[in-house]
Design a binder for this molecule. Structure first.
Ligand SMILES: [Zn+2]
Length: 188
């Protein structure tokens, strides 16, 4: 019985830090097979698991790595960048006023409106659905009687990573599961 091999382009490698935890959860740290092979040849990673798919040239044949681990531990910088994505991730892609998780409708709200001196910072921007954003308009939470579910603060890299764990990726190779689903703190 022949098993159809997946095409190399459908073979991303899960990238683990030197402690065997994913480098990041959301987006999940994945490399293309080209980048993964390059890192193998440069001796920057160890191959932890492989696909059945192999690539070959005249001189060599090699199965594509499905999981690689960095040889050198990468420390996450302490302060995550203030980006749209990271704000949404901090707020778990949910409107901070009505908890809606309809992604298409998600916008940014200045908690204290710009017209009243509110700045564009971690502490003053929250995810809000467009309906809530329009309803709140140029008013403060007190004026609008609309308060964010969580006080907006600058998150740590750790907190963002923790949030990201709640969002499983669409595509999961079986060799990744040990590293994704078993990486949970055990309750004593
Ligand atoms: Zn809302």
């Amino acid at each position: 019985m022949s098993v159809a091999q997946r095409s190399p382009d459908a073979c991303p490698a899960l990238v683990l830090n030197a402690d065997f935890r994913p480098l990041s959860y959301f987006p999940l740290s994945l490399w293309s097979w080209q980048d993964a092979l390059k890192a193998v040849f440069l001796d920057r990673v160890d191959v932890v698991a492989q696909y059945d798919t192999s690539v070959h040239s005249q001189n060599f044949e090699m199965r594509l790595p499905s999981v690689v681990s960095l040889k050198t531990f990468v420390k996450h910088s302490r302060a995550p960048a203030f980006t749209r994505f990271n704000v949404f991730l901090r707020d778990s892609f949910a409107c901070q006023y009505c908890s809606s998780t309809e992604r298409d409708a998600l916008t940014f709200d200045h908690v204290v409106p710009r017209s009243q001196g509110g700045r564009t910072t971690w502490e003053n921007i929250v995810a809000a659905c467009s309906a809530c954003n329009i309803r709140k308009g140029g008013r403060t939470p007190r004026e609008a009687k609309m308060f964010p579910a969580r006080e907006p603060l600058r998150p740590s890299m750790y907190e963002l990573n923790e949030r990201g764990r709640a969002f499983p990726p669409h595509y999961l190779h079986e060799s990744w599961q040990d590293f994704l689903y078993w990486d949970c703190e055990l309750e004593p």
